[in-house]
Ligand binder design. Sequence first.
Ligand code: TMP
Length: 254
Amino acid sequence: MARRRQLYEGKAKILFEGPEPGTLVQYFKDDATAFNAQKKGTITGKGVLNNRISEFLMTKLAEINIPTHFIRRLNMREQLIKEVEIVPIEVVVRNIAAGSIAQRLGIPEGTRLPRSIVEYYYKNDQLNDPMVGEEHITAFGWATPQDMDDIIHLTLRINDFLTGLFLGVGITLVDFKIEFGRLYENEDMRIVLADEISPDNCRLWDAKTNEKMDKDRFRRDLGKIEEAYQEVARRLGILPEAGARDLKGPETMQ
Ligand code: TMP
């Protein structure tokens, strides 16, 4: 296999040049970080599971006409995606209080919010991803008002759809973080869903017991992390072909 050019390495993924112009290969690592990489670890098999879970969710979202960067999964750890210009904003949707909103506003974790709340964080590790408002985003040109209309509209549809999808398999979608990108095609620019959707960037609780099935198990040292990610995949009906036995998957090819 030819060596591919690595374009970017993030905390949980690596981006390689794709086979055709306008495409990239997104490789999912087992590395996990929390609290802006102050806490580091490895979750064996996480990359394989997140690759599969994100493929599944992006494909389902595409079926309801949410535009995404996803093209197809290539193998256990890699997917082919469209190259986009990432909007430097992390969009967080909260249905139930947990994590930073529970801390910041003193709302007991598990309280259902009066309605879904959308928050924005400026993607900047040096600044620790500060929370910002739409005013900052448009004033500093991180996104235009038109971009923000598309982002908000898509985000609310994604939340409605994923809430129902997860509830159908006995999981409460507490909150999640998504990212968007600008896709340039001919003369046109479209805002599309990018990055990944997986238990790394969602809070997923068992609908009956409220047991945590996401990265909070790593953040809070709750143990049984791999098992939780696997259980999410199992409930979605998509444990990788090889099953739980072979979650290591191939090594990265560079
Ligand atoms: P928070 O409660 O810590 O603000 O997190 C809200 C949601 O966003 C939660 O599902 C985890 C996810 N998230 C990320 O994906 N990346 C991040 O860097 C942070 C802080 C949160």
